[in-house]
Design a protein around this ligand. Structure first.
Ligand code: ATP
Length: 432
């Protein structure tokens, strides 16, 4: 077992694509670190550099305190588990698991048998040891791939989307199994996924990557509660955080956040929690509200004045334990370069440009354009038709007893203590 440390790792491909930029990351001994980000953000490239399958253009990679930049992959003492399990079809489960130990030499026959039996026991593969891969289900194949990594008893596991070939139910099951296994074996693990739910449920810490750059590394709950910027805020969480461009104004009961026809009196407490916010009086901010921080006001326990917005319900989704209401809020949708869904359109090409515009500049431009956008409909009408300039919708995750349905005007109570604020030009959180 070992620590894995990346110091200023950059990867530039010969065609000029910069896939990873100055990545600093320290993974503790026995830790499960998840790298998460949209497709093309550079997470696989980062993992491949740790494995030695790609050479780092700049920076140092240390495994167990030893710089391994010049060490061959086979001598790095790591085991990889890929999306494609890459099992040998003509070999049995036992032979597949034993293969790399035999191939590498150094382990006697008895030792190999002992390790394979032990891995089979841990993974509950004992009854399947004499089967060929084609006689196994997807989940069983995935477990064999894990078994092959375990028998190596490596210093670290590197896993690249190992569950993406499985159906949703099996994925949830295997996710729990991997977490349990990793904890009981205590092997340092880097796990790559584009699925933020997978990242949140698996990782002891999660590193969010965007366009080759590390955005934030933190335990899952901290990422969710204290995202450092708009990208993390919009990428982590499902349904995503609602984001609207708002102005901060001084009101009778304290500072107010105003967007479209809505005014929220945020109070001094929120200002204290976001010390940066006082500098934004009279200016624009991006205000973030998680869906679960909006409630049908008729079911809310106490409705403080200045905490309710008046919206129009466009869609009602019943999820059993709660109901998601998609509501028109009478403001323009937010388009900023730093948002996760805006990035999705940019795809890998933009990530690869060696001299791509700095995100802050791009965000600044988009924001200026957004602020200048003239509303074309009556801003007091929250039920602006879809497709108009005021067509932003927000999602409220409310009490399932709600009677609100499509077409209803709804009063939603906002949990003012849980608001997030960001600078529209840089995307940075205004939390202290
Ligand atoms: P995915 O989830 O889709 O696998 P990823 O986050 O793992 O994406 P990478 O595969 O690391 O992303 O790719 C990062 C960027 O580097 C992308 O823009 C990709 O097109 C580019 N890239 C990857 N390999 C090469 C290569 N050999 N030459 C040039 N560019 C490459």
């Amino acid at each position: 077992m070992a620590t894995i440390v990346l110091e200023g790792i950059t990867k530039r491909f010969p065609d000029g694509t910069t896939a990873v930029r100055s990545l600093d990351l320290a993974i503790a001994d026995g830790e499960l670190m998840v790298l998460v980000g949209p497709s093309g953000c550079g997470k696989t490239t980062a993992l491949r550099m740790v494995a030695g399958l790609e050479e780092a253009t700049e920076g140092t990679i240390l495994i167990g305190g030893r710089a391994v930049n010049d060490v061959e992959p086979r001598d790095r003492d790591i085991a990889m588990v890929f999306q494609s399990y890459a099992l040998y079809p003509h070999l049995t489960v036992r032979q597949n698991m034993a293969f790399s130990l035999k191939y590498r030499g150094g382990s006697g026959k008895d030792e190999i048998k002992r390790r394979v039996d032990e891995a089979a026991r841990i993974l509950e593969l004992e009854p399947l040891l004499e089967r060929k891969p084609r006689q196994l289900s997807g989940g069983q194949r995935q477990r064999v791939a894990m078994g092959r990594a375990i028998v190596r008893q490596p210093q670290a596991f590197l896993m690249d989307e190992p569950l993406s070939n499985l159906d949703a139910k099996l994925r949830v099951q295997m996710r729990a199994e991997i977490a349990r296994l990793q904890r009981s074996l205590g092997v340092t693990t880097i796990y790559v996924t584009h699925d933020q739910t997978e990242a949140m449920t698996l990782g002891s810490r999660v590193a969010v990557i965007r366009l080759g750059e590390l955005q934030q590394v933190a335990p899952p709950q901290e990422l969710y509660q204290r995202p450092v910027n708009l990208f993390v805020a919009s990428f982590i969480g499902s349904p995503a955080m609602n984001l609207v461009e708002a102005s901060v104004e001084r009101g009778d009961g304290g500072p107010q956040v105003c967007f479209g026809p809505h005014r929220l009196t945020i109070g001094e407490k929120a200002v204290r929690e976001h010390p940066g916010l006082e500098h934004y009086l009279g200016r624009q901010v991006v205000c973030g509200i998680r869906p679960e921080h909006l409630e049908d006001a008729s079911l809310a326990r106490d409705t403080t004045p200045g905490s309710v917005i008046d919206v129009s319900v466009e869609l009602r989704e019943e999820l059993g334990s709660e109901v998601d209401l998609h509501c028109a809020v009478g403001v323009a949708p937010l388009h900023l370069a730093g948002l996760a869904d805006e990035d999705a359109d940019e795809t890998a090409g933009a990530a690869g440009q060696a001299d791509a515009a700095a995100p802050a500049d791009a965000a600044g431009e988009a924001s200026a354009a957004g602020a200048g956008r003239a509303p074309v409909a009556d801003p007091s009408d929250p039920a602006a038709p879809a497709g108009s300039a005021l067509a932003a919708t927000i999602v409220a995750r409310v009490d399932p007893r709600t009677a609100l349905g499509v077409g209803d005007r709804a009063r939603l109570q906002v949990d003012l203590a849980a608001l997030h604020f960001f600078d529209p030009a840089t995307g940075t959180s205004l939390r202290g």
